[in-house]
Design a protein around this ligand. Structure first.
Ligand SMILES: [Zn+2]
Length: 271
C-alpha cells in the first residue's frame, strides 16, 4: 500500500530500524517491482525514490504511476519520494504529481536561506499531508573532484537550522557521499551522535552504496531511520542486463520475471 513517510519513519525510529530508500532510475519498472516484491518478502516498509534528473527523461508523473501500480499491490507500506528537490518549484511539482514524500535540498545555501526555503515548502506540503526531508551539510559527488570530508555538518549549524525550521526528517552530512566510494569512507558517527543529542527528528543517511553493513547498523542505532541507495541498484541492474545480453538466443533472454534486485541487491539492502 502506498503511504507517506511520516508514520513510516517515526515507527522506524521507535523500533530501532531504518527504511531503505531506493532510487528507481526515473520509474524503471523492473527496479520498482523488484523493490516492492523484496519489501513484501522481507515484510519491510520501502521508499521508492526519484531524482529530478532521471524524471526529466521519463516523466515525474510516470514514476508516480508505476510506483503506485506496484506499491498498492503489496501489503507493506511503500512511499513515493522525491529525492533532492532543489527548489520550491520542484517540490511543488512533486506535490502536484502526488508524491507522498518530498526532500528539499538547500544544503548548498546559507543556513538562514536553507531554513527559510524549508519553512515555505513545509507550509504547503503539510496542506497536502506530505512530509518534508531537509538536508544540512552538503553531500558531494565522488566524481566531482571535491574532498570527501567537505560535507561534514557542523553541530552549531544543525542547531541553528533546527531553531529556524522544523522538517519532518533530516539528512546530515557525516562524511558520506553519492556515487561509489574509491576508498573506505570515514563516516563520522560521532557527529551523528551529537546531532541526536539536540533533536529527535528522524535522521537520514544518503550515499549508503559501498558503506559497510557495520557502519550502517551503527548509524541506525544512532537514530538514522532512512538509508538511501542509488548507485548500488543501478550497477546491479546494468550488471544483470550485461550478463543476459550474451545469451545466444535473443528470444529467450530472461529479463522478465527475474527481478534481479529482488534476489541480490534488493534483499541485501533491507536492514
Ligand atoms: Zn542523496
Amino acid at each position: 500500500m502506498t503511504v507517506s513517510t511520516k508514520e513510516m519513519l517515526k515507527s522506524a525510529q521507535a523500533g530501532g530500524y531504518a527504511v531503505p530508500a531506493i532510487n528507481t532510475n526515473g520509474g524503471n519498472y523492473d527496479i520498482i517491482q523488484a523493490c516492492c516484491m523484496a519489501a513484501e518478502e522481507a515484510q519491510s516498509p520501502m521508499i521508492l525514490a526519484h531524482y529530478v534528473a532521471t524524471g526529466a527523461y521519463s516523466g515525474h508523473g510516470f514514476f508516480v504511476e508505476v510506483a503506485k501500480w506496484c506499491g498498492d499491490k503489496v501489503s507493506v507500506p511503500v512511499a513515493i519520494h522525491l529525492d533532492h528537490g532543489g527548489s520550491f518549484a520542484t517540490c511543488m511539482m512533486a506535490l502536484k504529481n502526488r508524491f507522498t514524500s518530498i526532500m528539499y535540498d538547500g544544503s548548498a545555501l546559507s543556513i538562514e536561506e536553507n531554513a527559510k526555503n524549508t519553512n515555505e515548502i513545509c507550509k504547503v506540503a503539510r496542506e497536502f499531508g506530505v512530509p518534508v526531508e531537509a538536508e544540512i551539510g552538503e553531500l558531494v559527488r565522488l566524481d566531482s573532484g571535491n574532498a570527501e570530508t567537505a560535507n561534514i555538518a557542523r553541530i552549531d549549524d544543525v542547531k541553528r537550522y533546527l531553531e529556524l525550521c522544523s522538517p519532518d526528517s533530516l539528512a546530515v552530512g557525516i562524511g558520506n557521499a553519492h556515487g561509489y566510494y574509491v576508498e573506505t569512507p570515514v563516516i563520522r558517527l560521532d557527529v551523528l551522535a551529537e546531532v541526536r543529542k539536540i533533536t529527535d527528528v528522524p535522521l537520514v543517511l544518503h550515499g549508503c552504496t559501498g558503506m559497510s553493513d557495520d557502519v550502517v547498523k551503527e548509524a541506525i542505532k544512532t537514530g538514522v531511520a532512512k538509508i538511501n541507495f542509488g548507485t548500488l541498484i543501478r550497477y546491479k541492474y546494468v550488471e544483470f542486463l550485461t550478463a543476459v545480453s550474451i545469451y545466444p538466443d535473443f528470444e529467450r533472454i530472461p529479463i522478465h520475471g527475474n527481478t534481479l534486485p529482488r534476489h541480490s541487491a534488493g534483499r541485501k539492502i533491507i536492514y
